[in-house]
Design a binder for this molecule. Structure first.
Ligand SMILES: Nc1ncnc2c1ncn2[C@@H]1O[C@H](COP(=O)(O)OP(=O)(O)OP(=O)(O)O)[C@@H](O)[C@H]1O
Ligand SMILES: [Mg+2]
Length: 366
C-alpha cells in the first residue's frame, strides 16, 4: 500500500533551486491522488524559471518513482499561487490551478489548435491555409508551430529570418501579413533535437508568455502528430477555444484521429469539427473525380462525435508545391478549388467559434 505520507516524504527531498526550500513546504504539490500503485499530482509552479521547473519536474517524478510499491508516476505541470488553501474548480482546470489566458496572451481573442492523431494527413497545410483564409477575411492572425519534432511552418510560409528581441521579449517573424513563431526559426535544420515532456511544456509556455504577439483575433497552433506532451501542455497552459481535427478519408486514419479526439475531450477542449483532407482528386485533363483514399471518412467521424464536417479539401499537386515553395495555395491561387475549400473552412471555424461562445466575451457595441 502506497500512502500519501510516504509520497510527501519522498517529495520533501526535492528542493526548489530558486527558493532553496522543499517543494512540499512551498505548497507546490496539488491534487495528489494515489490509485493502487499509481501516483498522480500537479506541480503548481509560480515564478520559477523554465529550467528550475524542468529540474523539479524530473526530480519529483524520480523521487516518487523510488517509493516502494509505486509502479507509475504522473506529474502534471500547473501553475498557481503558492500556499493557496483550496482551489476553485475551473472549466478547463481538471482541478488544478490554471493561469487564465489573460495572464499570458491578454490581447488574443481566439486560440485554435490544428491536430490529428495521425502524421502526414495535412495538419501543417491546413494550419497555414486556415490562417491565410482567416487573414483574408480581415482577421489579425498569428501562428505557433508547436510541432517541435518537425517544425514545417517556416518552410511552408517561406520565412527564413530569425525572430528579433525587444524589451526582453521575442518579436515574432512576419509572413504574408501574419505573425509566426517556430522552434525551426531558432535552431539549425540539421541539429537533432531531443525533447522531453517538461521541455515541451516550457517551450509552449514561452511561446505564449515571452513572445510579443500583440492584438490578435486568431492564434493558430500547428500540432505534432500523435497525442503526446505538446497537446497536453498546450491545453494545460491556456484554455484553447477549440481544436480542428484533420483526417484523410480512409478507415486507418480514422483510428488515430479518434484517439486524438478522445484526448481533447478529456482535456475539455471543444472540438470545432473535422477537416477531411485529400478527399478527392479531379483529373485536370478529363475533369473526372477520383476518391484516392476512399470516401466518407470525414463525414463518418463528424457524425460519430456530433461535430460539423468543416471542409473537404481535394488532393492537388499545386497545394503541395505551394507549401514547399512558401506561399500557401489559398494565397497563390485564390480561385482554385483548394483555396475555396480553405475559405469555407475559415468561415465554418468562425461560425463554430461564435456558436461555442468566445473565449473572453468582448463588450457588445450598441
Ligand atoms: N490537399 C493536399 N493536396 C496535395 N498535397 C497535400 C495536401 N495536403 C497536404 N499535402 C502534402 O502532403 C504532405 C504532408 O502534409 P503536411 O506536412 O501538411 O501534413 P502533417 O499532418 O502536418 O504532417 P506531419 O505529421 O509530418 O506534421 C506535404 O508535402 C503537403 O504539401
Ligand atoms: Mg506537420
Amino acid at each position: 500500500m502506497v500512502t500519501q505520507d510516504a509520497v510527501l516524504d519522498a517529495l520533501r527531498a526535492v528542493k526548489d533551486p530558486d527558493a532553496q526550500q522543499d517543494i512540499v513546504s512551498l505548497g507546490l504539490i496539488r491534487d495528489l491522488t494515489i490509485a493502487d500503485s499509481q501516483v498522480t499530482f500537479t506541480l503548481a509552479f509560480t515564478t520559477q524559471s523554465p529550467a528550475s521547473k524542468a529540474t523539479m519536474h524530473s526530480m519529483a517524478s524520480r523521487a516518487v518513482g523510488r517509493v516502494p510499491g509505486v509502479s507509475k508516476v504522473q506529474v502534471k505541470m500547473g501553475s498557481g499561487q503558492p500556499a493557496r488553501p483550496a482551489q476553485a474548480p475551473h472549466a478547463h482546470g481538471h482541478g488544478q490551478a490554471q493561469p487564465r489566458p489573460e495572464d499570458f496572451i491578454p490581447e488574443v481573442k481566439q486560440t485554435i489548435a490544428v491536430s490529428s492523431g495521425k502524421g502526414g494527413v495535412g495538419k501543417s497545410t491546413v494550419t497555414v491555409n486556415l490562417a491565410v483564409a482567416l487573414r483574408l477575411a480581415g482577421g489579425a492572425v498569428g501562428i505557433i508551430d508547436s510541432d517541435v519534432y518537425g517544425p514545417d511552418i517556416p518552410l511552408m510560409l517561406g520565412t527564413r529570418g530569425r525572430p528579433g528581441m525587444f524589451d526582453n521579449r521575442i518579436i515574432p517573424v512576419e509572413a504574408h501579413g501574419m505573425k509566426m513563431m517556430s522552434i525551426g526559426l531558432l535552431v539549425n535544420d540539421k541539429e537533432p533535437l531531443v525533447w522531453r515532456g517538461p521541455m515541451i511544456h516550457s517551450f509552449i509556455q514561452q511561446m505564449l508568455k515571452d513572445v510579443n504577439w500583440g492584438a490578435l483575433d486568431y492564434l493558430v497552433f500547428d500540432m505534432p502528430p500523435g497525442t503526446g506532451d505538446a497537446q497536453l501542455s498546450l491545453s494545460q497552459v491556456i484554455p484553447l477555444s477549440g481544436v480542428v481535427m484533420v483526417t484523410t478519408p480512409q478507415e486507418v486514419a480514422l483510428l488515430d484521429v479518434r484517439k486524438a479526439i478522445a484526448m481533447f475531450q478529456k482535456l475539455n477542449v471543444p472540438i470545432l469539427g473535422i477537416v477531411e483532407n485529400m478527399s478527392y482528386f479531379v483529373a485536370p485533363d478529363t475533369g473526372k473525380r477520383y476518391s484516392i483514399f476512399g470516401e466518407g471518412g470525414g463525414k463518418k467521424l463528424a457524425d460519430e462525435y456530433g461535430v460539423p464536417l468543416l471542409a473537404q479539401v481535394p488532393l492537388d499537386p499545386a497545394t503541395r508545391q505551394a507549401g514547399d515553395e512558401g506561399t500557401p495555395i489559398t494565397m497563390r491561387a485564390p480561385d482554385s478549388a483548394q483555396a475555396r475549400a480553405f475559405r469555407e473552412l475559415a468561415a465554418s471555424v468562425r461560425r463554430r467559434l461564435d456558436e461555442l461562445g468566445e473565449l473572453r466575451p468582448l463588450p457588445k457595441i450598441g
